[in-house]
Design a protein around this ligand. Structure first.
Ligand SMILES: Cc1cc2nc3c(=O)[nH]c(=O)nc-3n(C[C@H](O)[C@H](O)[C@H](O)COP(=O)(O)OP(=O)(O)OC[C@H]3O[C@@H](n4cnc5c(N)ncnc54)[C@H](O)[C@@H]3O)c2cc1C
Length: 156
C-alpha cells in the first residue's frame, strides 16, 4: 500500500515515468486490488517478480538494476535496468528480540485494552494485533490503553 501511495502521488505530482517493482507476483502483493487498479489507472507501470540488485549512478542515481525472480524469490540471473532519478523503498517491518511480549504472527498480542503478556506493558497501533493499521485505530487504542493504565494504577 505504501508503494502504491508513493507511486501514484509521484505520478500525480508530474513524474513522467513511474514504475512500481515488486519481488513476487501480483497475486502475492499486499496492496489491495483496488489500489493496484488505481496505480495502473494513473499510469504507474507495475513490474512483478523482480528484486532490486543495485543502484547505479555517480553521486546521484541514474539507473536501478533488478534481477528477475521465481515466485519463491529464487534469482533467475536475468536482469533489467530502469532509468531513474528517484528511488523510493517501501519495506515492511517485523519484531525481533528475546525480551518481547508474546507475538501473534508479526504483531504483539494484546487484549482489548492493549495489555500484553508482560506485566506493565501495553501496546497499540500498527505493532499490535487486532487493529486495521489506520491512524484513527492507533489513536483509539492509545486512549483505551491509557484508561486501562490509569485504572490499574489507581486500583479502580
Ligand atoms: C504510506 C502510508 C499511507 C497511509 N495512509 C493512511 C491513511 O490514509 N489513513 C489512515 O488512517 N492511516 C494511514 N496509514 C497508516 C497509519 O499511518 C498508521 O496506521 C499509523 O501511523 C499507526 O500509528 P502508530 O502510532 O501505531 O505507528 P507509527 O505512526 O508508525 O509510529 C511509531 C513510531 O515509533 C517510532 N519507533 C519505531 N521503533 C522505535 C524504537 N525502537 N525506539 C523509539 N521509537 C521507535 C517510529 O519512528 C514512529 O515514530 C498510512 C501508512 C502509510 C505507511
Amino acid at each position: 500500500m505504501t508503494a502504491v501511495d508513493a507511486a501514484v502521488q509521484s505520478k500525480l505530482l508530474g513524474a513522467l515515468n513511474v514504475s512500481l517493482v515488486y519481488r513476487r507476483g501480483l497475486e502475492r502483493m499486499n496492496a489491495s486490488k483496488f489500489e493496484q487498479d488505481l496505480a495502473s489507472s494513473k499510469g504507474v507501470r507495475i513490474i512483478t517478480n523482480a528484486s532490486p540488485k543495485a543502484v547505479h549512478g555517480n553521486g546521484a542515481v541514474r539507473e536501478i538494476e533488478f534481477e528477475y525472480t521465481d515466485d519463491d524469490l529464487t534469482p533467475t540471473g536475468q536482469t533489467i535496468r530502469l532509468a531513474a532519478d528517484q528511488v523510493f523503498k517501501a519495506i515492511g517491518q517485523t519484531l525481533e528480540g528475546d525480551d518481547l511480549p508474546d507475538v501473534d504472527g508479526h504483531k504483539i498480542a494484546v487484549t482489548d485494552a492493549g495489555r500484553t503478556s508482560m506485566s506493565g506493558v501495553w501496546a497499540g497501533g500498527d505493532c499490535a494485533t487486532g487493529g486495521d493499521d489506520l491512524t484513527v485505530t492507533a489513536v483509539a487504542e492509545g486512549r483505551d490503553a491509557a484508561e486501562d493504565i490509569h485504572a490499574q494504577l489507581s486500583g479502580a
